[in-house]
Design a protein around this ligand. Structure first.
Ligand code: DO4
Ligand code: MG
Length: 274
């Protein structure tokens, strides 16, 4: 079942049909211990005729967005390279193999955009990339209740200059995209699940790459458990699980680039830079 937040209410998609989901509001539904049962019940009513893809919003209101880093070997290597003048080799390598993951605050709902909307590159960054990431939706009790697609927009020159600049490289207006829906499931996704990134400039593909969850070094459940240690999320939280697709060092995003991220079983999140 895929859950959508739209300008016209909340809908669930099941077997290519859409149904309205009764709820006081998005936060109330996401907080609910009965989320799956309520959505399942909605999907056994009469299908709705008023779902429109153009009305889809980011699936977030009061949830915080956090992110895990250096969870794929590709990210470890890219970070070691970008931060070599700052002595980066050691700490990125150490966090890749440490038991404790790197977790950082990424965004509030206000900084997040949904599908088809513009993401931003920082005005003071010279090297910016999208990061396509499987993103967990975790309920207030710490249980993974669904999955969405995330884009962790990153300013690589700023984080590479000094790791203490990470919050500036990662957190700014429209630095995060989520959507288009929540794939509701408490089961882990298959390790063969593929994450694809395509970047288009003036109608031409300028980067394409992919990875699978088999390359993700950490278990999503373990990442969620670390996030919820001594930390409470009364409205639930999103946790991006890190990138395994990093364009080559010569590539930087430019204005009007189209970013397309596809994850098997969830769909496609498309945004453009503006
Ligand atoms: O350590 C810096 C950020 C890492 C990150 O965002 C990722 O690996 O996806
Ligand atoms: Mg990332």
């Amino acid at each position: 079942m895929k859950l959508y937040r739209t300008t016209n209410g909340i809908f669930v998609e099941q077997q290519d049909r859409f149904y309205r989901v009764p709820a006081a509001d998005w936060d109330e539904l996401i907080r609910s211990a009965e989320l799956h049962n309520r959505v399942q019940a909605a999907a056994s009513a009469t299908p709705a005729a008023d779902f429109e893809a153009g009305n889809v919003l980011a699936p977030i209101v009061s949830q915080e967005v956090w992110a895990a880093g250096v969870t794929y070997f590709r990210s470890r290597s890219a970070r070691i390279e970008e931060s070599k003048d700052a002595g980066g080799g050691d700490f990125y390598d150490r966090v890749y193999s440490a038991e404790r993951p790197e977790l950082f605050f990424k965004a509030t709902g206000r900084r997040v955009v949904g599908p088809i909307s513009p993401v931003r590159i920082r005005s003071d960054a010279k090297w910016s990339v999208p990061e396509p990431e499987l993103t967990l939706l975790i309920n207030p009790t710490g249980e993974i209740v669904g999955y969405t697609i995330g884009n962790d927009m990153s300013s690589r020159d700023i984080e590479g200059e000094n790791p203490l600049y990470l919050p500036q490289a990662k957190v700014y207006d429209r630095s995060c995209a989520l959507g288009p829906c929540i794939l509701l499931s408490t089961e882990p996704l298959a390790r063969s699940t593929t994450i694809r990134l395509e970047i288009e400039r003036s109608g031409k593909t300028v980067f394409a790459g992919s990875t699978t969850l088999a390359e993700l070094k950490r278990e999503p459940r373990q990442l969620a458990e670390y996030l919820f240690r001594d930390n409470s999320f009364p409205d639930g939280a999103f946790l991006m699980t890190g990138t395994g697709v990093v364009p080559g060092d010569g590539f930087s995003l430019a204005n009007a680039d189209v970013i397309r991220i596809q994850i098997d079983g969830i769909g496609v999140l498309q945004n453009f830079v503006a």
